[in-house]
Write a protein that binds this ligand. Structure first.
Ligand SMILES: Nc1nc2c(ncn2[C@@H]2O[C@H](COP(=O)(O)OP(=O)(O)OP(=O)(O)O)[C@@H](O)[C@H]2O)c(=O)[nH]1
Ligand SMILES: [Mg+2]
Length: 364
């Protein structure tokens, strides 16, 4: 499901962009003899032989003495959190060893290459590099989103509100993935919007084996669905397959300990332009404020911006992570636990705030 993220690190001018271009067989990144040519991470989605769907990430080199050097290096370091395989170009820079150590500490396989090895054109390095990447490729077990909750022949009701936040003309990724999985499993998915749930249930000859809702519609669904009908949400299924759902459930208990002035970090993994109905920026903060009966300090971290210092927060609420890799979510969970800060996700937080955390079913 996730693309394998292969990121290229090394000092400025070590030849990262040249190598990325050679591997991709196209001009992905600008190359020049000037150090500091690549300033921000550059991503290229590509299919590589023996590796499948990948995303190549070219980064700004370290050791850039310019005014923005430190900031560029911080952005390159942020790429590490979501990297599955690192390629490090050694150029004899004093920081080379520190980077290898940092990557190994993060348990990321590292392919080390000598910068500008030999006189041969860089294209000659590609077959060897591909073999090395294939050799260290992490073994990833594809986990079912609905892990053990449903089986062949089961009727599964999907509640999918299409509000102003829904993309025009299509379904969001978690809905598409769950639908596809249910069809593959031989289940019978029945789709509706919250307003249509009662009619959908009335039309069924038996009980649905499971109802999966968008977390934002928990309250509406809970009001209609009989209490003995199993209920879960798309984001809970996603968290179960990618993250550590038990930690998120524990983290949601911290919602009960929040008070006026508590500091909450809302961490989004995707970058999108916020909307008036935005779940992370509007809906969850509003419910939290109502719960504590006063104001809270809510900080939003979008995209790759996850703060280095988490210790000042009382709770972290991570988005569903439909575009985030398992590695990124796990690394955030690890950082939160190390800092002693409870972490939960949108779906579990909404279930807790709606008072139905005890009734939702959680995949194995
Ligand atoms: N001879 C030779 N030159 C290379 C090779 N790789 C890169 N170069 C040259 O080295 C210079 C820097 O290459 P880049 O690919 O831009 O290096 P980079 O690591 O991306 O640099 P920054 O973006 O500044 O961090 C360019 O002039 C390249 O043409 C190589 O394998 N052999
Ligand atoms: Mg470059």
């Amino acid at each position: 499901m996730d693309r394998l993220q292969i990121a290229f690190f090394g000092a400025t001018n070590s030849g990262k962009s040249t190598l990325v271009n050679a591997l991709a067989g196209q001009e992905v990144s600008l190359v020049s003899e000037l150090p500091g040519t690549t300033t921000d991470p550059v991503r290229k989605v590509i299919e590589l032989p023996g590796l499948g769907p990948c995303v190549l990430v070219d980064t700004a080199g370290f050791g850039d003495p310019g005014a923005l050097g430190a900031e560029r290096e911080r952005r390159s370091r942020a790429v590490v959190d979501s990297t599955d395989i690192a390629v490090l170009l050694r150029s004899g820079h004093p920081e080379d060893d520190r980077w290898v150590e940092m990557l190994q500490t993060a348990q990321i396989p590292v392919v080390e290459l000598q910068s500008r090895a030999g006189k041969a054109p860089v294209e000659d390095v590609v077959p060897d590099l591909l073999r090395s990447l294939q050799a260290v490729r992490p073994d990833r077990k594809e986990r079912l989103l609905t892990g053990g909750l449903v089986g062949k022949g089961d009727i599964v009701v999907l509640v999918m509100p299409q509000d102003s936040e829904a993309p025009k003309g299509r379904l969001i990724l978690p809905q598409v993935q769950v639908l596809r999985e249910l069809l593959d499993l031989g289940c019978i998915p029945v789709c509706c919007q919250p307003e249509g749930l009662q009619r959908a249930l009335d039309g069924l000859s038996g009980h649905p084996a499971l109802t999966i809702t968008d977390s934002q519609a928990f309250a509406k669904v809970d009001a209609v669905l009989p209490p003995d009908f199993p209920l879960t949400s798309f984001s809970i299924l996603l968290a179960g397959a990618k993250g550590d759902i038990r930690t998120f459930v524990d983290g949601a208990r911290a919602i009960g300990t929040l008070h006026r002035g508590s500091r909450v970090l809302i961490a989004e993994a995707c970058t999108h332009v916020p909307d008036t109905e935005d779940i992370g920026r509007v809906k969850i903060p509003t419910l939290l404020r109502k719960k504590v009966g006063g104001d809270l300090v809510v900080t939003i971290a979008a995209g790759n911006d996850f703060p280095d210092d988490l210790s000042t927060y009382d709770l972290i609420i991570q988005c569903g992570g439909c575009v985030a890799s398992e590695r990124l979510l796990r690394s955030r969970i690890k950082k939160a636990l190390l800092a002693g800060v409870p972490i939960t996700n949108y779906g579990i937080a909404l279930a807790a705030l709606t008072g139905i955390l005890n009734r939702v079913v959680i995949p194995d």
